[in-house]
Design a protein around this ligand. Structure first.
Ligand SMILES: N[C@@H](CCC(=O)N[C@@H](CS)C(=O)NCC(=O)O)C(=O)O
Length: 213
């Protein structure tokens, strides 16, 4: 089996890959990256990931980036872990479609809450950037909530997509967004939070956060 080194930042989108690693039950060396201190821009880190982002998974020293790719790779390497559907081409594609929506749909909208000034540097633009982000985010959350109606998990049974969805709910809570319109998403998060692998990951991220601070 490959040697894994996993670079993540506590609370960041890397949580999606972190949960997938833990759910797969593989051994890996965890490497916290302090984003606020700019460790992702250190030359040694940029040499591994020129994008200056987490997550980054080293597979026998070879860098693999992007949650979608890392999760898909782990799902293929450890099919028994059930991270994604594996024996039905359409079900696999539907799962990838959701992972892509997380990465390219939900994430970029939520990034605007974390750094509104990076999206518009006109004076006094922050409130407007946040207002538009809130509207776009509510649309995304409504789509996810509707997909979850009558289901325990977004694909029916637990998959790595559910772990990814946890990231955005936590971010929304951090930014104190009104989440009352999304009861199915709230119920999903409760189920995901009960998973032992998720609890272990959150404990590791909390520990890493304390060490960084
Ligand atoms: N599409 C990428 C997004 C990666 C990303 O944006 N990571 C953020 C944390 S959520 C990051 O490392 N930001 C550091 C920075 O921009 O300086 C993925 O899903 O892996």
């Amino acid at each position: 089996m490959p040697q894994f080194t996993f670079y993540f930042a506590p609370g960041a989108c890397s949580l999606a890959s972190h949960i997938a690693l833990e759910e797969a039950g593989v051994a890996f060396e965890p490497k916290p990256v302090a984003l606020r201190k700019g460790e992702q821009m250190a030359p040694e880190y940029l040499a591994l990931n020129p994008k200056g982002k987490v997550p980054l998974l080293l597979v026998d020293g070879k860098p693999l980036t992007e949650n979608v790719a890392i999760i898909n790779y782990l799902a293929k390497l450890y099919p028994a872990a059930g991270l994604l559907p594996s024996n039905d081409a359409l079900a696999e594609a539907e799962a990838l479609s959701l992972l892509a929506y997380c990465s390219a749909g939900l994430h970029p909208v939520m990034s605007r809450f974390f750094g509104p000034q990076r999206f518009c540097d006109l004076p006094d633009a922050t409130a407007n950037v946040v207002k538009l982000a809130s509207e776009a985010n509510a649309k995304n959350f409504a789509i996810i909530d509707k997909m979850l109606a009558g289901k325990d998990f977004i694909l029916g049974t637990y998959s790595a997509v559910d772990g990814y969805l946890l990231v955005f709910w936590r971010w929304a809570q951090y930014h104190k967004l009104d989440l009352t319109a999304f009861p199915h998403y709230a119920a999903l998060v409760e189920r995901v939070m009960q998973r032992p692998a998720v609890q272990r990951v959150l404990a590791r991220e909390q520990e890493a956060q304390a060490a960084i601070a």
